[in-house]
Write a protein that binds this ligand. Sequence first.
Ligand SMILES: [Zn+2]
Length: 358
Amino acid sequence: MWQPILDKFSSRLEGWSGKLLSIAGRLCLIKSVLCSLPIYYLGMFLMPNSVADKLNSLIAKFLWGPNSNRPIHWIKWNNLVKPKEHGGLGFFDLRLKNRALLNKWIWRYSVEPDSLWRKIIDAKYDYEQSNLVPKPITNRYSSRVWRNILLPLQNSNDLFSSNLCFVLGDGKAIQFWDDYWTEVPSLRQAFPRIFSIALRKRGCIADFGSLVAGKWEWSIELRRTLFDWEVNMWSDFVDTIDRAAKYHADRDCLRWSGSTHGFYKPKDYCVLVAKLGNVDNNPIWKLIWQNLAPPKVEIFLWRAVQNRILTCFELGKRGISGLGNSLCPFCVANTETSDHLLCQCIFTWQVWQKWCHV
Ligand SMILES: [Zn+2]
């Protein structure tokens, strides 16, 4: 099924490989054409890892040396596919893009309750029409496409599902104990003792309270009176649900807290995931990409900051022979490193002085 995409990638790359494009030109093609070619497939089907690896490696090879069999990959792939303000080049790994686009279906399920496709899904999987989020399917005879789309809902650590929160409206679609509608992901887990003495263990919010004159009044029945030491816990519990019940919408709805506006956008998800782990917040990245210089100069700076420009020293480290020695060709006194070439060399200083009139 993915072979046409692989073929399309290869044919595009062959068409471009003969052309003398700068790295900035190649980056532009990667962003505008290569990463967009498989959008239809990525938005519908989960891409196998082998295909993602192949496509990502074709992109990396095109970036670093389309006309060479084994180009030097100057920067690691994981550092390329980050937002520009965190040291990357601002495009995303296709595997991540794939997941981000598939998540959109779960979001659309919630915001398009009257659409035909949702009605078909509801009928096929016997979902309640009031559902805000489709329930994960484990039946292996069900559609693999839909099962793959719902995968994040089975993983509580996933950044898509863990940021899905419910906004209370009429309380008919949100599960009181289990859904993420208060400041805690689940009341059942945050208040296990209250849950254990509650008479009703299931049901939507409207089963536990009602809206009276614009304010929620709760009727949570307990199977015994509270012990003294449980009273504070109970008041915490009531404060928590009261705080969540402050805002009223017409119907219950969904909010994705991974973005500031509350709506799910695949790009916001990609940025959120790309920021995981050791985030490089060095302010220099923002300075580089200010459009103060042509794109190819910006990319040169981006590489120079990371000591990844073609100096004799760096080429020697990568086993490029035939350079004789790694001395700076201008002063022939010091090793040609990025720092030396751009800042320390006496000849470079003369250029800077002339240019800056100092
Ligand atoms: Zn020098």
